[in-house]
Design a protein around this ligand. Sequence first.
Ligand SMILES: CC(C)(COP(=O)(O)OP(=O)(O)OC[C@H]1O[C@@H](n2cnc3c(N)ncnc32)[C@H](O)[C@@H]1OP(=O)(O)O)[C@@H](O)C(=O)NCCC(=O)NCCS
Length: 336
Amino acid sequence: MFLRPADPVGLVWRPITRNDLDEVSALLTAIELVDQPTERHSVAELGQTYEETDADTAHNSLVGRDAAGTVVAYGWNHPISSDISPRRVFLAGGVHPDHRGRGIGRALLEWQLERGRHWYRATLQDDFGSLQLTAYVDETLSAQRRLYERAGLSPLRWYADMTLELGGALPDVQVPAGVRIVPFNRKYSEAVRQAHNEAFAELWGAQPVDAVRWEQQLAHSSARPQWSWVALDGRTSEVVGYAINSSYEQDSAARGVSEGWTDRIGVRPGWRGRGIANALLCASMRSFADAGLAAAGLGVDSDSPSGALRLYRRLGYEATETLVMYARTEDIAADG
Ligand SMILES: CC(C)(COP(=O)(O)OP(=O)(O)OC[C@H]1O[C@@H](n2cnc3c(N)ncnc32)[C@H](O)[C@@H]1OP(=O)(O)O)[C@@H](O)C(=O)NCCC(=O)NCCS
């Protein structure tokens, strides 16, 4: 494995340390000003990502500094160690707008792909599937998309962000017979995680979320368990559905609208088609409105056969931006 990107500019590359996070944040601010991506960073989230169990930033990340010592590029791989098949590595990175078109991004991405392969080989077990190198990008960012395509990543999936204004009268929460809709509470967390893994088991690209990642995500600064809802079997109190909500204030600020965000919604297979998701979304809207927010948002796989898109449209959600998932799948031997 090569230790640094072969960039033609000769930047000085080092793994990201905690002390670099403010400078990485400044770089991201400069990038976001020009690119106007749907998803923005926050300093708090950078810190949390840095602390995550899988992070290993000493091996999975780099910042590139110019001769003056200014951070002008970064690359950060996020491998999911609990994945079985495929073994996913999410690629994040960026080059300062003033330093683009000089081969930095291309060299950095090559390093990230190579680093992903290295992680894959180092962690390989008999029952593991292929390596999947994955990146998400706004549909409108054509230079970044070209970069991925040149590196052999293909556009596989399109995710629509959808939003609904909460200004008017909110729909009633119509609770289906035999079900109770209750506020999310820590005591349901593990049962909700299991319901989530069951609800998503058949969905394209989904893999079980393990308890560590689940709890980390619920502890994120953006998580809003207090605006989240659980559907219980009225008889046994078993968890049958859930809506886990968040607040991405930096994204809302960029869009100029305060929005509550439904991160995860699912209903266990045996309980579908009776209005449970409908009720969970209506309850979420009420939580957002009570918190003084102006809109409710969520993201949906545009090609999902689950009928989710139709359900959201019926409730009044409208599509806004689109994110494209790029990926490259590789079969690599342990000693390859
Ligand atoms: C998508 C998903 C959450 C929907 O859950 P659900 O509880 O079956 O959804 P609902 O019952 O509220 O709505 C589904 C359909 O049943 C209808 N329905 C049936 N009885 C209803 C009732 N009493 N009240 C309201 N709607 C009812 C809805 O109108 C809707 O019809 P449509 O398909 O024509 O739009 C569920 O299929 C799921 O968990 N899928 C896997 C995970 C997933 O895709 N999550 C979304 C990711 S973006």
